[in-house]
Design a protein around this ligand. Structure first.
Ligand SMILES: [Zn+2]
Length: 197
């Protein structure tokens, strides 16, 4: 079973372990593993050098799925910790951390929203059985988001957009934590609708 998740960009090369500098170009490789997708970030010279696996060798690995180039951005020095309403991005991160099938469609819609805002860039489209997987990279943090295509029908779109608006306005319902893995799939309409403020 495929894991859909977020994988942060490394702050150092995973070949030679030297720290990435601000604006340094790097290479991201995605490999398939038993736990889902595994990401490897390499500096330019490790990407090229044969000691850590030259480009043709890495790409020839049977588990290889994708490669792209990025530019490292040093993280901002301090981040305000004030409690604030979720943005599309923070909500997407929370939903993906839950790995709850109920939020699959909402996660997809949020990724599309963020792509339109140019915060996420699509890097790859993969196929896992009959499922399509979108691999997005966050423009400034370099985090990689793997999103399962929910195969939304046009008729479902409105209700999913409504769910997303609700989640952005009110956050993820508290009871979502208590739901056990054994419970059957609940359609989004089962999420109690909150009266508008
Ligand atoms: Zn390196």
């Amino acid at each position: 079973m495929l894991e859909w998740n977020i994988q942060s960009r490394a702050h150092q090369c995973q070949g030679c372990t030297s720290a990435f500098k601000d604006r340094q170009p790097y290479h991201t490789l995605l490999f398939e593993s038993t736990h889902g997708y595994e990401r490897r970030d390499l500096c330019e010279s490790c990407w090229k050098s044969s000691s850590h696996g030259a480009k043709p060798e890495l790409i020839a690995e049977p588990s290889f799925v994708s490669h792209w180039q990025g530019v490292y951005e040093a993280p901002p020095a301090g981040r305000p910790d004030a409690i604030q309403k979720d943005t599309a991005e923070t909500l997407l991160r929370k939903l993906l951390e839950r790995r709850d099938d109920r939020y699959r469609a909402a996660s997809y819609i949020l990724a599309v929203m963020l792509e339109r805002k140019r915060l996420l860039k699509i890097k790859s489209q993969l196929r896992e059985g009959n499922q399509r997987i979108f691999v997005y990279e966050h423009g400034s943090s370099g985090d990689v988001f793997t999103i399962v295509d929910p195969d939304l029908q046009l008729a479902q779109l409105e209700s999913v957009q409504h769910d997303v608006a609700n989640l952005l306005e009110h956050g993820i319902p508290q009871d979502a934590d208590a739901v056990s893995q054994e419970e059957p799939f609940n359609p989004p309409s089962d999420i109690p609708s909150l009266a508008p403020a």
